[in-house]
Write a protein that binds this ligand. Structure first.
Ligand code: ADP
Ligand code: CIR
Length: 355
């Protein structure tokens, strides 16, 4: 095992970054806050260095902070609250109660009825078991226990959501690669997550659950303890969203208890995912808009984010981008979906205008 940098060594890197550093960590961690927080420890044994390691080792981070465990959001609030407010663009941390809207009366369906631009649609949420910490403080046994509890709950799902769990341990490299290339499975290639301890004991305790047609999937012990995913080809956001809401409701009544905090909503490893934890995305062909100098400003205007098609920190391929809602906290689930829908509609209109 490589020896880990100490808090002061991490801080020194952040103060004198080898690359340009525009992270929220750099912006919000002051010498004063560092000294106030340096001796503190969460009830899971998490420390400040566990929360800032990734952002100090990767000074090109956007956020740069991960919570060591659910309690870190309380103990390290002076740093984390500032990061959360900045990322989600809110002045107060008063996240509303979950509201998925009336799924029988949604005012949207297929965002691309002609089927020209949208390749596929995906909506995911993250959930954390409230009795376990996050990757920096987890032990191999914890991951194995969580996996067992999770799979017991998943095996109770019925109807369209019924599926099979495939642990990564024992899965062939070929199967892993195929599932990853097809956008269903995760891998261990994110250096930000790696630095935060996200791949400790890899691949033990990790796996994927999915139904026969791979429209409902659950990631176990990837970045978060659980990620529920609904996805399908084409642009029918309504079908994808309704399926996810059904799954969330089924899993919340299946015996699992998820970490939640007044004002912050559901708790996740990365502060960028707190609140609704919802990221609704399309893979969309926008060769023209994406080449304009104003593409980033256009996305910012609609609170949407563009990513490459093999996940965060990857590049676009053939003019296809992943477009999703950027904010997850300070608005309800249905509002996050509507924010994404409006953004995608604007993207389509703009691409057509340029064509
Ligand atoms: P997340 O944090 O939401 O899991 P990532 O950016 O890490 O997001 O992407 C995870 C995986 O999901 C990647 O393989 C990515 O290609 C896939 N993905 C994301 N959005 C879509 C979509 N709309 N259609 C198909 N695959 C998608
Ligand atoms: C970073 O800080 O860049 C990584 N730790 C990833 C943060 C998640 N980013 C996001 O925009 N959702």
């Amino acid at each position: 095992e490589k020896k880990q940098l100490t808090l002061d060594e991490l801080w020194a890197r952040l103060c004198d970054p080898p690359t340009e550093c525009n992270s929220l960590l750099k912006k919000h961690l002051t010498q004063e806050a560092l000294d106030d927080l340096r001796e503190l420890q969460t009830q899971f044994g998490g420390k400040l260095e566990d929360c800032i390691r990734s952002g100090c080792e990767n000074t090109d981070s956007g956020v740069g902070v991960y919570a060591s465990d659910p309690d870190a959001y309380t103990v390290f609030a002076p740093l984390l609250d500032a990061v959360i407010k900045d990322y989600h663009k809110v002045s107060e941390l008063n996240h509303p109660n979950p509201d998925f809207g009336d799924v029988d009366k949604l005012d949207f369906g297929d965002l691309d009825p002609e089927g020209n631009l949208i390749v596929s649609t995906r909506v995911r949420v993250g959930r954390s078991h409230d009795s376990y910490g996050f990757p920096p403080v987890l032990k191999l046994e914890d991951r194995v226990e969580m996996e067992k509890k999770t799979v017991e709950a998943l095996n109770k799902l019925e109807g369209e959501l019924k599926g099979t769990y495939y642990p990564l341990t024992g899965m062939t490299k070929e199967t892993q690669k195929q599932l990853t290339d097809d956008h269903f499975l995760f891998n261990d290639s994110d250096r930000f997550l790696r630095a935060a301890g996200g791949y400790n004991d890899w691949p033990t305790g990790r796996g994927i659950f999915f139904n026969d047609n791979k429209t409902f999937l659950v990631w176990v012990n990837e970045e978060d303890h659980l990620r529920f995913i609904s996805m399908q080809k084409g642009g029918n956001l309504k079908e994808v969203y309704v399926r996810l809401v059904k799954a969330i409701k089924a899993l919340e009544s299946s015996g699992l208890s998820f970490a939640k905090r007044e004002g912050l909503g559901y708790l996740t490893f990365c502060p960028s995912n707190l609140g609704t934890t919802l990221r609704a995305s399309v893979h969309i062909k926008i060769p023209k808009l994406s080449q304009t100098p104003d593409f980033k400003a256009f996305c910012d205007k609609y609170n949407i984010q563009a990513r490459g098609i093999h996940g965060e920190h990857t590049e676009s391929v053939g003019g296809v981008y992943d477009i999703s809602n950027k904010r997850r906290l300070g608005l309800t689930e249905i509002q996050a979906i509507q924010e994404m829908r409006r953004g995608v509609e604007a993207v389509i209109a703009e691409e057509k205008k340029l064509g």
